[in-house]
Design a protein around this ligand. Sequence first.
Ligand code: GTP
Length: 335
Amino acid sequence: MSVENRIPVLIVSGFLGSGKTTLLRRFLRHPLAGEVAIIVNEFGEVGIDHHLIRKTDERTVLLDHGCICCSMRSDLAHALRELLSKRDRGAIPRFDRVVIETTGLADPVPIVHTIVSDPVVRNHFRVERLAVTLDAVSGQTNLATYGEAVRQIAAADAVILTKLDLVEEEVVDELRATLAAINPSAMVLDSAFGRTDFDRLLAAGVAGLGALEAVSADGTGPEPAPVVAHGMGAVASRCIVIDRPLDWHMFGVWLTMLLHRHGSRILRMKGFLNVGGEGGPLVLEGVQHVIHAPRHLREWPDDDRRSRIVVITRDLDIDLIEESLHAFQNAAQSA
Ligand SMILES: Nc1nc2c(ncn2[C@@H]2O[C@H](COP(=O)(O)OP(=O)(O)OP(=O)(O)O)[C@@H](O)[C@H]2O)c(=O)[nH]1
């Protein structure tokens, strides 16, 4: 199949909590997006993002329990082939584009490599753009601390600056300078709560840069470097489940104390909280020290009404976190 007729694949990467899902939700509402199939890869053992991206749609595929840049490359190729065959059988509606949301720790280069080297996949799909979100609040620290964050930026065709509303202009200027030093050729777009210049992002004729250059046109390019991602100390993830409705006040106290003590080692917290009352859960969104304003969903995404909190830590024993949360909640019950 000629390159133009292949289905475009937009890869959205970016460090933990940097705004990938938020961007994707906006993109899906943009006329340019067309009919989209989505592959979401989550680092945690329980997927949250696919519930937040859009309502149930057979064209949303969740790949959890690992990272498609390393242990799950064949799963990605399989998921893309499955989408094709289901579409051809009429089992799912048509789609004009695939968006892959990587985990926040992914190295995107092996992902690109998978798409351009799998014989079936490369015949039907082409990498359209590798967009990487960069969080203005923690971007500078992440780039100084985590090789994963640098690798993502270095590979990007386009970098989407997020959370600009939360920082001073000087912070953004510094971040732009760091960004230019790592990847001077990337297109840089500002965004606000996922809104960005999608027309520019996807404009035809903009050459795929960064990672795409590392892969030769016929897809037989160099093997990606051995993945050293997730070697940043002991990264661990856990889904903490709480059966009874949460005591919101006690939860707030616990969270404040936890972040005060261990904030820099808590890379990400997200989940659905049952705080009782009508409607759906409260969506908890924590990115290192920052807790973003919680949103109340109108309804639960599935039948499970328990609170589920995915915690991703570095060099921190998650057992202790889980035990302390249960202890706080038990104290609230017996008070
Ligand atoms: N203030 C502000 N918050 C934002 C912006 N973009 C994203 N956020 C918030 O940042 C938090 C994390 O955003 P997500 O889109 O879930 O980040 P993510 O990269 O998908 O997270 P992971 O998949 O866990 O790595 C959410 O609470 C968002 O509402 C922004 O431009 N401004």
